[in-house]
Design a protein around this ligand. Sequence first.
Ligand SMILES: Cc1cc2nc3c(=O)[nH]c(=O)nc-3n(C[C@H](O)[C@H](O)[C@H](O)COP(=O)(O)OP(=O)(O)OC[C@H]3O[C@@H](n4cnc5c(N)ncnc54)[C@H](O)[C@@H]3O)c2cc1C
Length: 638
Amino acid sequence: MSQLARRDFLNGVALTVGGTLLSPLASPGLSLDDVKRGAAPYPPALTGLRGSHDGSFEVAHALQGGTFWAMAGEPIDTGESYDLVVVGAGISGLAAAWYFRKAAGASARILILDNHDDFGGHARRNEFRVGGRTLIGYGGTFAIDSPAPYSAVARALVAELGVVVSRWQSMFERGLYARLGMAAAVFFDRETFGADRLLRVPAERGAGQTGGAAPGGREADPWAAFLAHAPLSEAARRDIGRVVTSSSDYLPGLDDGAKKARLARVSYADFLVKSAGCHPDVLPFFQARPHSLYGLGIDAVSALDAWGLGLPGFAGMKLRPTAGPGMGLDARPGPRSPFFHFPDGNATIARLLAHRLIPRAVAGCCAEDVAMARVDYARLDEPGPARLRLNSTVVRARHTSDRGEVEVSYVRSGRLERVRARSCVLACWHGMIPYLCPELPATQREALAYATKVPIVYTNVVLKSWTSFQALRVSQAHCPGSFFTTVSLDLPVRVGSYWPSRRPAEPIVVHMSRTPCKPGRPAREQHRAGRVELATTTFDAFELAVRGQLTRMLGAGGFDAARDVLALTVNRWPHGYAYQYNSLWDPFWIDGGPLPCVAARKPFGRIAIANADAAAYAYTDAAIDQAHRAVGELLPRT
Ligand SMILES: Cc1cc2nc3c(=O)[nH]c(=O)nc-3n(C[C@H](O)[C@H](O)[C@H](O)COP(=O)(O)OP(=O)(O)OC[C@H]3O[C@@H](n4cnc5c(N)ncnc54)[C@H](O)[C@@H]3O)c2cc1C
């Protein structure tokens, strides 16, 4: 990271923006009225380093490092007693609270604890006040969009919350960018490819809604033109051109099952070079294609999954559209869930759950209202049947000596406090649970610890205008060698009174994502290295990277970082996606054997375990399904 910042500095980017860097306090989330009444900041409007923000993880790290209890002393008993305490205010924790309340009645006393200053977990909202209006971005969970249909349970909850997924078509201005002649591009960077070049891709295929550019079209001529302009070696041009239009069977003589079994055990990178006979120079072009789903590049994703994701090279292999053994959940063929996106992603789902549980703090009469409401954070933890306590890191959940209740201890504002509950749902990250409940059986602790998270960064940049994008006729770009691998203009979505940016001269939120990983190492080691990178990357380094990359991509279109960048929120998620099993790295996933997530989620006395980790599936529907199961395990006992 520091290398990148230095390189940008030497190349003049830092010099051109010198003195204009945004302080993380540039938009502190306070309106003038807030300042006058000495109110606390409004978390969605905080800029700078968000996601796992400073102050949210230190206690947990001390607990993991073994230093916490030596310093902590005895918890102070608050005297509070609840029917249910939920650890984790992500969608799983909020849904667990809601399911419990529906079963136990509106007077059930519920406390939800979370270590962050905002609720929703990964479903995080970013707000920006620009030129008299509010722009909204998603700082995490992007959409209702799962690679498999939602279960009846998850579908019912979404409907109960008032989200009508069939309205998506009328909310989304699908043709806005295309009408302006804009399309997807690839940005080649000089460090990886020898020259900075932004090239529109020949055709879009399988790019999904997020805007990851998908150079996978089949027309020979557009590809030839694209490759002729690409800063690639002759061998790479030849072999990319061949593989994207190929009708060869690279595993001749094998039947469908044998081909899939073989493809599941080799990386896509190895498949391209060893089976499809490509020159290794093609690899950097494809390297980052699975980043946004896997948090890994093509060195660590199987060729079978690459086929399922629509990457090129398989058209002539006559593979039947059915899953093979060990295929990743993201790549399996078959129907998907319907797509639906609020401007803040699924943070509105979290708000809708909070609205049901604590209407005094989250006002509104329908989903559109709640999506636009200003949450009154000061009221979340007021006395009432359900309470939500933020900035509270849970450090212990253990049964009382008669096993009749659970004591939950947490640190809030430096104070170690304790509450009691008849039942507890741990909807937090599974990697934390062995530290909260050391009494769990060793095999279960081991299974919980297997759920290492995938690091990822979602950055929202507010630009004064998007005329530079328009001048270059680009609405989104895949950047295989750059710091941020995707750059995309916000999806134009209209919700209630909220209108998207529709004219290039208007301000807009640009979304940039980074997947920190270390190609060549085993998957989980790559994730660990990515977490270390995120822990040591400063906001200034992220900001330099944003300004530098946008300048290099869009400078020819008139982009001027000093003039155009108005605000920046970096949502850093060192513990991001739930870990999904992978045929290259998890032998039980391809050879058969018990899944760690099944052992991990077993109930323990009055403690049940939820979170998307409990399904090893990084999607909102998993968070909901696991909440439903966990509460079901507790109910007969309450
Ligand atoms: C960047 C990103 C984008 C995503 N995009 C999508 C998408 O488009 N569609 C989709 O379906 N899914 C998406 N996902 C996955 C989706 O967000 C999750 O599956 C789902 O929201 C997880 O909810 P959860 O409640 O299980 O976990 P989380 O959202 O992680 O919530 C758990 C909460 O518990 C808290 N916690 C942990 N330890 C403690 C402790 N000791 N004390 C107190 N609190 C604690 C955590 O800080 C967190 O707030 C995305 C995930 C990420 C990271």
